[in-house]
Design a protein. Structure first.
Length: 354
């Protein structure tokens, strides 16, 4: 038998809480996972970066967890890795899209996907001037969002001035604020479509009855809510792979270099679907996944396996990666106690040098 050559998967991450399901899924596929925490470190282009495949799992809300340098350092790391010919899953193009709701709007429109009217404004006077151009209710967001940051609903542009002057007002990174047309939904839910490697994985509904912060991960939603069934605020969606909007999403992801995405839309009373959020650091809700029989992280890990096989072919590595893993009686290397290994890497004192 040809000896297996599975590349190491280097995971650029910031939030350790989101790592275990991904690490476990990758290890089940037989990969060695190397965690690279991004907030401080060294980037030295005079030495080649470590070998292997790289995965970008940096979230736009890193700064809210005290990691104020993560996004800027990640930008440089991704540029550096791609310049050195490293294969990065959800590389710089996907990252820049995730870091800006303005750019998401531009890209969605480029692909003829309906969006709520979206304006970026920096500076108090410009925010107020932009607000005056909205006919109906609008919401504010941070351009570099996530976790519902900066999200607030306004029915009257006049109310915005008082909000901006409030002691607790935060304009977010770069003071880049988004003003966006508010889409009233007759039923209080949004839909999130998960795509991995150009394939539809699942669609879920998230209830908006309790507000705007809708992180789907189990870490954000550890307990089922009363009356909400097994998954509380989250449920299955009837949206399927052949839905025209899903096809548009897949076309957009393929064209824009987005390999892993959770894309959100809201539907108005006329059945118009407005897309407003593209996430790259999707953390699948495992309770929902178990109920509908779809393991999102397993789909991600299988996609990575395909990428590894493709890279192996490109680099003439004499390994047939998918066949090797599939031929293992237990489906690959048993998972390590992953929670421990996350902590080990996270506490690593030595700086990253890439
Ligand atoms: N234009 C909109 N109209 C109505 N509701 C919206 C709109 N934009 C966002 N929301 C609500 O706010 C939530 C968070 O907004 P989103 O843009 O996804 O920010 P984040 O990046 O923080 O997740 C959405 O899931 C949805 O419930
Ligand atoms: Mg969102």
């Amino acid at each position: 038998m040809i000896s297996p050559v599975l590349p190491t998967i280097n995971v650029l991450y910031e939030n350790p809480a989101w790592i275990p399901p991904l690490q476990e899924a990758l290890e089940r596929e037989g990969f060695r996972v190397r965690l690279v925490h991004v907030n401080e470190g060294i980037v030295d282009p005079s030495v080649p970066p470590p070998e292997g495949i790289w995965m970008n799992r940096i979230s736009p809300s890193s700064h809210t967890r005290g990691h104020v340098h993560t996004v800027e350092l990640a930008r440089q790391l991704l540029y550096r890795l791609e310049s050195s010919g490293r294969r990065v899953i959800n590389g710089l193009a996907a990252f820049e899209l995730e870091m800006s709701k303005l750019r998401q709007d531009i890209v969605l429109r480029r692909h003829a996907i309906r969006t709520p009217r979206t304006v970026l404004a920096v500076g108090r006077e410009h925010l107020l001037a932009a607000a005056a151009t909205f006919d109906g209710p609008f919401i504010t967001k941070h351009d570099q969002g996530g976790k519902g940051l900066g999200i607030r609903l306004f029915h009257d542009p006049g109310d915005l001035a008082a909000h901006l002057d409030g002691a607790r007002f935060d304009a977010g990174p770069g003071a880049r604020m988004i003003l966006q047309e508010y889409i009233g939904a007759p039923e209080a839910f949004i839909t999130r479509v998960e795509i991995v490697g150009g394939r539809f994985v699942l669609a879920m509904r998230s209830s908006t009855a309790e507000g705007f912060e809708l992180c789907p991960s189990d870490v954000c939603n550890p307990m089922p809510r009363a009356g909400g069934g097994a998954t509380g605020l989250f449920g299955a969606s009837p949206i399927a792979a052949d839905d025209p909007l899903v096809r548009q999403y897949i076309g957009m992801c393929d064209a824009e270099g987005i390999e892993i995405a959770g894309i959100e839309f809201v539907e108005d009373g006329l059945g118009n679907r407005y897309t407003y959020d593209i996430n790259g650091t999707t953390n699948y809700n495992q309770a929902l996944g178990a109920r509908i029989g779809i393991d999102g992280m397993r789909e991600v890990a299988r996609y990575v396996r395909g990428v590894a096989a493709e890279e192996g072919r490109l680099r003439s590595v004499s390994a047939v990666v998918p066949d090797y893993v599939a031929s293992q009686p237990d489906g690959g290397t048993p998972a390590r106690p992953f929670a421990r290994s996350v902590r080990e890497s996270y506490n690593e004192a030595k700086p990253i040098v890439i």
